[in-house]
Design a protein around this ligand. Structure first.
Ligand code: HEC
Length: 350
């Protein structure tokens, strides 16, 4: 994991006890409990932990409230959804016009890495924090816009008080968000966990999807599945390329939804349009405003914005709260990248 990703991970996590902990946050931290208390008996050997519900973070800790998925099926939170499972849990609401779509888009990439393990030994749950408006039908259409692989990935709604309880228990509760749903920055993270072993950690929407797939597919399965490629210091690059600010931003905020390769690599295609030479296709004033407030342009029925929205499965580009410098940096990077020969492009060609 590169230092920048670590920095972003830390910046975007909001646990009270985050301190200097970087990557792995054990459940104790995630749930706001204290660790290292001398009076606490040592945990039982992991072999005894099979997701029976008797673990420290088992049936006595998690609520067994009922949630409804995108197909109208009912599930008990503990018994049916997390007991004995490796899971990724994030919060969404389908009318969100800001960053929450970014996390869904990133999970889409993680889904690709996990392949057919999704729904077998790794489960994704996106829980609505706007359950009164997010009916199963809304959730199903949201899932379809992104191309989520159902039912290995479930989109869930339920009673507001039940969802609040789940969020509190998972350390994903934020008052500010409840008062103003648009403050969606507050809960961008995802909880990744193995209920049986009690190991939980926080994921960030700016994390590299391959890394998250590895956390879910290998680490949380106690490294049962070895990484296919052995990494060795001998193979480490001899120098680290200096990335421009624009490239960094693009990698973290845009690459889950956009490529810059003229759509020449079918496998790399993303949720949004390819951005090769977008600076030539669009007027700069339009483009700058679009990056600043795509949601407002759509609301004002800007004809180009409306046409694009309809073309792209009515999935709105999120307002990523970019400032003027971010926008200049990004447009510069996109122009530079578009001008490079295809095999020299630095992002999104996979
Ligand atoms: C969650 C997915 C998502 C993310 C993240 C995202 N976009 Fe988009 N973007 C879209 C979609 C979808 C469209 C098509 C318009 C629509 O449906 O609203 C779009 C359209 C665009 C367009 C217009 C393309 C054209 O052909 O005119 C540009 C430019 C753009 N995005 C740039 C960016 C940049 C730069 C970032 C990162 C800072 C970014 N987007 C992040 C989904 C996303």
């Amino acid at each position: 994991m590169n230092p920048l990703a670590i920095k972003n991970l830390v910046r975007s996590t909001r646990l009270p006890l985050i301190g200097g902990v970087l990557i792995t946050l054990v459940a104790a931290l995630a749930f706001g409990l204290t660790v290292g208390n001398a009076a606490t008996p040592a945990p039982k050997a992991p072999v005894a932990l099979k997701g029976t519900g008797d673990e420290a973070w088992g049936a006595n800790y998690f609520p067994n409230v009922e949630l409804t998925d995108q197909d109208g099926k009912q599930h008990r939170f503990f018994d049916d959804l997390i007991k004995g499972k490796v899971v990724s849990i994030n919060l969404i609401f389908t009318s969100c016009s800001s960053s929450c779509g970014l996390e869904t888009a990133r999970l889409m990439e993680v889904q690709t890495y996990l392949g057919d393990r999704l729904g077998k030994d790794v489960h994704f749950y996106s829980i609505s924090i706007d359950p009164l408006n997010d009916t199963p039908k809304e959730l199903k259409s949201y899932a379809a816009k992104f191309g989520a692989d159902l039912p290995g990935w479930r989109f869930l709604t339920g009673k507001p008080e039940d969802i609040t309880l789940i969020r509190q228990k998972l350390g994903m509760y934020d008052d500010a968000l409840t008062v103003d749903k648009n403050q969606s920055d507050h809960v961008l993270h995802t909880m990744l966990g193995n209920q049986a072993t009690g190991r939980w950690m926080k994921g960030s929407p700016y994390e590299n999807p391959e890394f998250t797939a590895n956390q879910l597919g290998s680490w949380l399965h106690n490294y049962k599945y070895a990484a296919p490629k052995e990494t060795s210091f001998e193979n480490a690059p001899t120098y680290v390329r200096n990335m421009s600010d624009g490239e960094k931003l693009f990698r973290h905020r845009c690459a889950s939804c956009h490529t810059i390769d003229g759509n020449r690599y079918a496998a790399a295609q993303r949720i949004g349009p390819d951005l090769e030479h977008v600076g030539k296709r669009r007027q700069s004033q339009w483009l700058e405003r679009w990056l600043k407030e795509p949601d407002r342009m759509l609301a004002e029925k800007d004809p180009t914005a409306v046409a694009m929205f309809n073309q792209y499965r009515k999935l709105a580009m999120p307002n990523l709260r970019l400032d003027a410098k971010d926008i200049t940096d990004l447009l510069e990077f996109i122009a530079e990248e578009s001008a490079l020969p295809l095999d020299a492009r630095r992002v999104a060609v996979q």
